[in-house]
Every structure is written in structure tokens, then in C-alpha cells.
Design a binder for this molecule. Structure first.
Ligand SMILES: [Zn+2]
Length: 139
């Protein structure tokens, strides 16, 4: 690991957020998946929509070309809950801005390939989010 990729020390609130953060199967993801499953929808989990693209979508409907991302409020800077860690503020600002830039690049790449992207915030009601996904699937 190069020194620049190491995460600097963080304040308590940020540490708490990071410890809640897992790579996959977060609670908001699971809630959305349960709700979609209940509605009879079937999908692939944690799969790269485009061949050769590294980043995976949380849910994928390959035939319909629909990719669903459940974005964490902190990591993806939700307009309601984004926060700026005070320790190592510059490092965090660059890191989080990079996440958002990558999200938009992912959206653009998928749209260019004819995919529809649905982004769900982790704070969203899973029933509302599932209704949005279902509407796209049935369109
Ligand atoms: Zn939020």
C-alpha cells in the first residue's frame, strides 16, 4: 500500500460512520432487496453492468439494462446528510469529491451504453425506493 492511500486518523464521528460502512450488503441495500423481492422482482446483486467496467452496481437487471445503486449519505454526499470531517479536512474533501465525480462518470458511461441508472440514498424509505425501481422495470 502506498502512503498516499492510507487513511489518516479520524475524529470519533467519522470513525463511527466508517465502522458502520461495509463494502456490500448494507442494511439499506438489504431492505431494498427484500422489498423488491416481495414485489416479485428478480435481479443480480453486486455485479458490473458493463463488461470491462470495474465498478459494480448494487442491483442489476441485465436484460432491461437497469442498474441500481444504493448510495451512502456520507460517502456519496447526500444533499441532506453530507458532512465534512474536521480532522484531515482536505484529505476528506478530496476523497468525497472524488467519489461523487466517479458516480457521475459511472452514470454517464452507463447512459452512453443505453442503461438506465437509478440511485437510491441510504436514507430513503425502502418502500419508496422499491416503487421507483419497480416503475422503471415495468416501463
Ligand atoms: Zn441522506
Amino acid at each position: 500500500m502506498s502512503p498516499s492511500s492510507q487513511r489518516p486518523s479520524t475524529d470519533a464521528a467519522t470513525s463511527a460512520r466508517m465502522s458502520r460502512q461495509r463494502r456490500a450488503d448494507t442494511e439499506p441495500e438489504l431492505a431494498l432487496r427484500r422489498e423488491l423481492h416481495r414485489r416479485g422482482l428478480r435481479y443480480f446483486v453486486d455485479r458490473a453492468p458493463l463488461p470491462g467496467q470495474r465498478r459494480r452496481a448494487d442491483l442489476v437487471f441485465p436484460r432491461l439494462r437497469i442498474a441500481v445503486y444504493v448510495d451512502g449519505c456520507f460517502w456519496h454526499r447526500c444533499p441532506e446528510h453530507a458532512t465534512d470531517p474536521k480532522n484531515n479536512a482536505e484529505w476528506w474533501a478530496a476523497k468525497l469529491a472524488g467519489n461523487v465525480t466517479r458516480d457521475r462518470a459511472t452514470d454517464a458511461a452507463l447512459a452512453a451504453a443505453g442503461w438506465q441508472v437509478i440511485r437510491v440514498w441510504e436514507h430513503e424509505d425502502p418502500v419508496d425506493a422499491a416503487a421507483r425501481v419497480q416503475a422503471a422495470v415495468q416501463r
